[in-house]
Every structure is written in structure tokens, then in C-alpha cells.
Ligand binder design. Sequence first.
Ligand SMILES: [Fe+2]
Ligand SMILES: [Fe+2]
Length: 181
Amino acid sequence: MQPHRLLMAEHQTILHMTTDIGRRVARFRESGQVDLVYVDTSTDFIHSYADRCHHGKEQGILFRDAAKKDLDPKLAQLMDQLTQEHAWARTLTERLVAANQAYREGESGALERVLTALKNIASFYPAHITKEESRFFGPCMEFFTESAQEAMLVEFAEFDRNLIHEKYQRIVEDLARESLD
Ligand SMILES: [Fe+2]
Ligand SMILES: [Fe+2]
């Protein structure tokens, strides 16, 4: 398998989720009732999967290696654009995580911020994903030999393997800090 195929499979999962988020946020607004477990679950998905796991591999491995190649200016420019979009997605994600935290702490207006952040994230992904799949991945892969692509897949797997430990170590540290307060 080529590395971008794995990223494209992750795109399908992200699109599945963002479609669901769009549908549910509209429903929450209509009914005035919010499923808080869903808000927590979708916040975790966006933070841990879409931002950390998926963009982590794209930017930290694929883009890092592609930047060392002699990409033609248009492709290099597109990669810069995608990097900026990742930064924007991270800003949206940080807003979502902060709003969700504020909501849990009972801050007024925080729930509306959570719903807006979820909706903005759900609208962001489809265009970004289309751009990567239709204009970037294919031409970019041509700069990598078969063995370089295999090495990239190994690095992807190592990156993913470490994430579960990173996530739960952070959870344990946060809980331990809370119990000391
Ligand atoms: Fe991306
Ligand atoms: Fe992507």
C-alpha cells in the first residue's frame, strides 16, 4: 500500500464523522437539547484523531519529507496552503476543546461556542480533504521511491503506535493533578 492510501482511508473516517457532526449540531439547535456525551466524544475525535493522529502524520512525516524534495513551485505552494489549513484546523480544535471545558465548568454561553466550533470544523474538512486527494497526494508520491514509501508507512505505524500511550499518559497525569488540587 502507498502511504497516501492510508491517509485517504483516514479521510473517509473523518468525513463520516464530520457529516454526522453537521447533522447532529443542526438537530441540537432545532430541539434545544444537546447530547453532552456526543459533544465530548466528537471533541475527542477531532482533537485526538483528526488533528493529532491524521494531521500529525501528514505534516510531521509526509510534508516534512516532501519539503526535502525538489517539488515544482505549484506543488510546494499547495503544500504551504495545506499546512496553513492544518494550523487553522488546530485553532478551531483548540477553540472546541476550550469551549467544551468551559461548558463543563458551567460558563454561560459556552455551549453555543461548542456548537459553533463543531459546526466550523465539520464545514472545514470536506474542502481540505478534496484538495489533498485531488491535487496533492498523487503528484507528491511521484517524488518518493517504492522503498521510501515503505519506510514512510513504517514511520506512520510507529507514530500511530505511540499515540495511544501519549493519550493515556496525559489522561493519567491530568487526573493525578486534579486529585492533588
Ligand atoms: Fe490535511
Ligand atoms: Fe488529510
